[in-house]
Design a protein around this ligand. Structure first.
Ligand code: SF4
Length: 62
């Protein structure tokens, strides 16, 4: 499973960064960076919650 981001929807509010800082980051221009696109099985539930918590619905799992 991989994390996808819709960069047109993301407003760089860093909710995902706060919940999983090893997976998400903001670059120097405040654009979202996904540090680890591949989701290990043991973190699927955790990252589903992060995806569901994005206030702009900019994240998805596929
Ligand atoms: S929580 Fe959503 S809107 Fe906020 S930085 Fe992450 S992807 Fe972007």
């Amino acid at each position: 499973m991989r994390i996808k981001a819709d960069f047109d929807l993301c407003e760089s509010n860093a909710v995902c960064v706060g919940m999983a800082p090893d997976v998400f980051d903001l670059d120097d221009d405040d654009y979202l960076v996904i540090l680890k696109e591949e989701v290990p099985v043991e973190r699927e539930e955790e990252l589903r919650q992060v995806v569901a918590s994005c206030p702009k619905s900019a994240l998805s799992l596929e």
